[in-house]
Design a protein around this ligand. Structure first.
Ligand code: DP6
Length: 360
């Protein structure tokens, strides 16, 4: 189960001289957060996420076999129809990391055209959806070369490859809920790839996520830097142990359909993530005054209405509002009348839980 060797192709495959494919992959929002990692994208604790539906990256890849053998993969990247040389280093790092598992890539030139459904400057991390879409395209080529690959193997390896690009991308392949990182409570979970989790009560399979864009700019401190600051963090061990407990507790809550328990746990998780940033060395603050305003309003609203409006946070200032579909009309009115004003340029994104990759 946790052996990387299973992902190395062992036989000679078909000759494919050129191939084009287009994949759309969603973003995801962690309920129990991945924060802190070991070498090559192995998480320090297991995480759980909702797969999103509307926030997506669509990527077309044209693979063309090179006439002469290369010792590296040659590539060109376009974003939104324009050359995007600034994306090349990240894609190169990704390709270098996956080459041991996709050695055939060395023989190809890759023309990558990518576009996000959400604005590039929305403060929403696109690395999860971007890496998952790219991994899906690579796996589609692999399927041409090795047609005996089963769908199940393809999905598992897609998540495995995506993880090597960005940890959270391992959770952007399937939906509605995905587990990533080993935990004894879920024997099929793995540090190497995400697995779909289907035991949640129905109410959670149609959950809404409205993203309040408090700050559309680039984050001051990247997630990569944040993960690194968990090395030698005074609270790291307690945090990993808390995340392990939260993981198990959350799965029980999801299974029961316990909406109160969900709000309580998911909010504590989000604040715990930011507490790690507040107490690292150097310390930093990604929340903005409006982030705190929204959090206060959400808690007041839940208390006075008994409706199940909950927040969670990414590694940024934006707020994800989570709520059940059957309360979406009332909660939607509250968002429009009271919360939209806290967003930069009044911008927000209405999203919901989704099912994962789509071949276009
Ligand atoms: C706070 O997956 O972006 O969103 O592996 O370095 O690419 P890298 O980090 P990334 O970290 C995500 C952090 C988080 C929590 C989560 O999604 O679990």
């Amino acid at each position: 189960m946790n052996d990387k060797a299973q992902f190395v192709p062992r036989t000679q495959g078909n000759e494919i001289s050129s191939f084009q494919t287009i994949w759309s992959a969603p973003s995801n929002i962690a309920l129990v957060k991945y924060w802190g990692k070991k070498e090559l994208q192995i998480p320090c604790n297991p995480s759980v996420s909702f797969t999103l539906d509307q926030c997506r990256t669509t990527t077309s890849v044209r693979f063309k076999k090179q006439k002469t053998a290369q010792d590296h993969t040659s590539l060109a990247v376009h974003y939104d129809g324009k050359p995007a040389p600034s994306f090349v280093p990240k894609v190169k790092t990704f390709i270098d990391r996956i080459l041991p598992y996709a050695p055939y890539l060395k023989e190809y030139h890759l023309q990558i055209d990518t576009v996000n459904s959400f604005p590039h400057s929305s403060g929403i991390a696109s690395s999860a959806s971007a890496m998952a879409a790219l991994a899906a395209a690579v796996m589609d080529l692999e399927q041409q070369i090795y047609p005996s690959l089963t769908v199940e193997d393809q999905i598992k390896k897609c998540s495995f490859l995506a993880r090597l690009g960005s940890g959270s991308a391992a959770r952007s392949v399937e939906g509605p809920l995905v587990l990533w990182g080993e935990h004894t409570a879920t024997p099929d979970s793995s540090d190497l790839f995400g697995v779909r989790w289907v035991k949640a009560a129905d109410v959670f399979k149609t959950y809404r996520d409205t993203i309040l864009l408090v700050d559309k700019g680039q984050k001051e401190v990247s997630s990569t830097v944040g993960h690194n600051l968990m090395h030698n963090h005074p609270f790291a061990e307690n945090r990993f142990s808390q995340a392990n407990d939260h993981y198990q507790d959350l799965l029980a809550i999801l299974e029961k359909g316990d909406l109160n328990g969900f709000a309580d746990l998911v909010e504590r998780e989000a604040l715990s993530l930011h507490a790690m940033m507040l107490t690292s060395s150097p310390s930093y603050i990604l929340m903005h005054p409006n982030t705190i305003q929204i959090i206060q309003e959400v808690r007041r609203y839940r208390k006075t209405t008994a409706l199940n409006l909950t927040f969670t946070l990414d590694a940024g200032a934006n707020v994800h509002l989570l709520y059940p579909e059957h309360e979406s009309e009332q909660i939607g009115q509250f968002i429009e009348s009271y919360l939209r004003q806290y967003c930069q340029d009044n911008e927000l994104i209405y999203d919901r839980v989704g099912t994962g990759l789509k071949k276009m």
